[in-house]
Write a protein that binds this ligand. Structure first.
Ligand code: FMN
Length: 330
């Protein structure tokens, strides 16, 4: 057992672990604050970095914060505390999405192997090999989602093709919609000091056969400006869903997504996300054949690791409130 005394390097380590999580368009739509009296970390939504056109309900923002929350829980357990987590703890503060209290009563970490993997997980948008996911790995991925209150299905090739067709339709709509296209384009740029957005080098090629709709973040509309290569013939596609579709369910789905991605990473399985069809209500409705609420479409497989994408520092994520107050005061 250890007492809940949190020093600055450990605090920074915890927040760095949290911000290593995936987020839509690498917007990192979160900010952190420590309440020193109760040794509780608060995660708030950074609404200014929400995607107004692509994600009008904020569902993808909640999913992103849920991913960061899972990483934070894993890191807190790694350092020997029990992460006592509450979702949406104060109804009068809707931007407070979760709190994690560092309890001195340390149960043995149930996630010892995941801490190392959270630093190694990247999106890999490159072609994968034809190697199939072994059954024990598929089972473990489904269990990872289940532990966090979500359902992961890994459908057969016929159903996977149907999901890809819905994603292709969404991709067409995204590039044809001027507001969404412009919003997407704004988040693709070479890394600069703010550590936000996606560097062009992290974006892979497009599928030569146009069967696997990798997201065209630059919304080029002219496929000839994009490099095209053949992708895997039979991609391993998974759908993550929840029974309900409230704000707390979106946070649960995010935690489940990140746990699935970390377990995949632990097995050497790469991943990229195909979120396009989730962004159109009529297409989203068709994604889960069990009539659950689809929250994410994943592509899993074996291939190149994918380059890291920059992050804001723990310091930036912790002190955003103070920094923006200082800017306003100038
Ligand atoms: C809710 C959500 C939606 C996302 N949608 C897509 C997507 O449609 N296509 C894609 O390639 N990546 C998608 N991503 C992955 C992010 O672009 C990626 O996590 C971010 O750029 C950081 O890079 P990293 O995952 O390599 O750390 C999504 C991530 C989240 C959390």
């Amino acid at each position: 057992m250890r007492s809940a005394v949190l020093d600055v390097p450990t605090l920074e380590n915890l927040v760095s672990a949290a911000v290593a999580a995936p987020s839509i368009h690498n917007t990192q739509p979160w900010r952190f604050r420590l309440d020193p009296d109760t040794t509780t970390l608060e995660i708030r939504a950074a609404a200014a970095r929400g995607l107004r056109h692509i994600d009008p309900t904020g569902r993808a923002l909640y999913l992103s914060v849920g991913c960061a929350l899972l990483n934070l829980r894993v890191a807190v357990a790694h350092f020997g505390w029990e992460p006592v987590t509450r979702l949406l703890p104060r109804p009068d503060e809707p931007d407070l999405l979760a709190t994690v209290r560092l309890s001195g009563v340390a149960a043995a970490s149930s996630t010892p192997h995941l801490y190392g993997t959270l630093w190694r997980r990247h999106s890999s948008r490159f072609p994968f090999s034809e190697r199939r996911l072994p059954m024990p790995v598929r089972t473990e991925l489904a269990e990872a989602a289940h532990v966090e209150g979500a359902r992961l299905s890994l459908p057969d090739p016929v159903e996977s093709e149907r999901l890809l067709r819905l994603t292709i339709e969404a991709e067409h709509r995204n590039t044809a919609d001027p507001d969404r296209a412009a919003e997407s384009r704004r988040w693709v740029h070479d890394p600069n000091d703010d550590g936000l957005g996606i560097p062009p080098a992290a974006l892979g090629p497009q599928d030569f056969r146009e069967r696997l709709p990798m997201r065209d973040f630059g919304a080029h509309r002219h496929p000839d400006v994009l490099t095209a290569r053949p992708f895997e013939n039979r991609p391993s596609i998974a759908v993550l869903s929840t029974t309900h579709d409230r704000r707390a369910d979106w946070l649960r789905a995010g935690q489940a997504l990140e746990r699935v991605l970390l377990v995949a990473t632990a097995h050497g399985v790469r991943s990229s996300l195909l979120h396009q069809a989730l962004e159109w209500p009529d297409l989203r409705e068709q994604l889960d054949s069990r009539r659950l609420n689809a929250q994410m479409v994943l592509r899993l497989g074996y291939g190149p690791e994918g380059p890291p994408t920059p992050r804001r520092t723990a310091d930036q994520a912790l002190h955003e409130e103070e920094l923006s107050a200082a800017h306003r005061a100038r």
